[in-house]
Design a protein around this ligand. Structure first.
Ligand SMILES: [Fe+2]
Length: 326
């Protein structure tokens, strides 16, 4: 029922600094910024009187949203450690990989690049330390002007989100209930070992674009018990820094909500209508990590996709011309 990833949400400590980093260093096409507040958002975030400065980046039909909640400081300010339960990284695909990585070096982002069984990739940290991984896209989509600017490194889509879990057992049933049935059990975890410099055992399973990672050598605190049906609600604190959720497009959100609820999935709120005629809902995984599902009208999807491609073309062309002139 969940189809393709639509966006990844990341909480940051300084909205302006992070916006600059994602836009100017990572070349994420900036499409807009807004301020979210009010009772519906307080329900969404489990906060009181929240003010959330949201920045939206759009690459083709997907995106990244940054959250900055100045009234609610993070309790957990260190998103960097790999061996820690929760959303540990967001991974994207890029075209012209070598150019993209060189730009990261030139801009002082200190990428850690590796050639791994999963492909060529590089890890950088955002200003708060959140891990962002970029994989070479073997077959990037073409869009206006991309033939002209094909040597300019730029983002092409969401590759995956990495979720370290304390107890992997409940996840098969959870993703079955959520409709993400295309389970893969990777033979290798080369990129995780190399990019995170982690030498311990890794076991992972990929559902849709979500990699559930189990670290058998680690001992974690007793996790929340949220599926099927929560014993008590223990979900991630929204202002904590790092990846907050991955959002999937959903063809029929009402039906998804009814079916997944009946199968024991805990929703933070019933499907809610938002700007542009879209509807969205947050729901919890077995250990309190938040996921999002969104149903977007075709016209809104086409409009934002057009905006993303146009912005990308503009940025690529600007970089291309600048290089020719300098
Ligand atoms: Fe979201």
């Amino acid at each position: 029922m969940l189809t393709v990833p639509h966006h990844i949400g990341i909480t940051v400590s300084n909205g302006a600094a992070s916006r600059r980093f994602y836009h100017r260093v990572l070349r994420f096409p900036l499409l807009g910024a807004s301020v979210a507040r009010g009772p519906a958002h307080d329900t969404m975030y489990r906060l009181e009187n929240a003010v959330n400065h949201v920045t939206w980046f759009q690459f083709q039909d997907q995106g990244v949203e940054l959250f900055h909640l100045p009234r609610h400081p993070a309790r957990d300010t260190d998103p960097a450690p790999f061996a820690k339960p929760g959303w540990r990284y967001a991974a994207f695909t890029v075209r012209a990989f070598d150019d993209f990585v060189q730009r990261l070096r030139d801009k002082g982002a200190n990428p850690r690049a590796a050639d791994t069984p999963e492909g060529r990739c590089a890890l950088v940290r955002d200003p708060d330390g959140t891990a962002l991984i970029f994989f070479e896209d073997p077959a990037p989509e073409s869009y206006p002007l991309s033939a002209v600017t094909s040597g300019v490194g730029s983002i092409t889509g969401i590759r995956e989100a990495g979720l370290v879990v304390a107890r992997p057992g409940p996840y098969i049933r959870f993703f079955d209930a959520a409709g993400l049935l295309n389970r893969e059990v990777p033979a290798s975890h080369g990129f995780l070992h190399e990019l995170f410099e982690y030498s311990g055992d890794i076991v992972s399973e990929v559902y849709g674009r979500i990699r559930v990672i189990h670290l058998p050598g680690e001992t974690f605190p007793e996790p929340a018990d949220m599926f099927p049906h929560p014993r008590e609600e223990r979900i991630d604190y929204y202002p904590d820094l790092g990846v907050k959720h991955i959002c999937y497009s959903c063809t029929d959100l009402r039906a998804f909500h009814a079916k997944a609820s009946a199968a024991g999935v805990h929703f933070l709120f019933a499907p809610m209508r938002i700007a542009g005629g879209a509807r969205m809902a947050y729901f919890s995984g077995p250990e309190g990590r938040v996921f999002e599902a969104m149903q977007i009208p075709a016209a809104s999807r086409a409009l934002s996709g057009f905006g993303g491609r146009a912005r990308q073309s503009q940025m690529d062309l600007f970089s291309f011309v600048k290089r020719k002139l300098l």
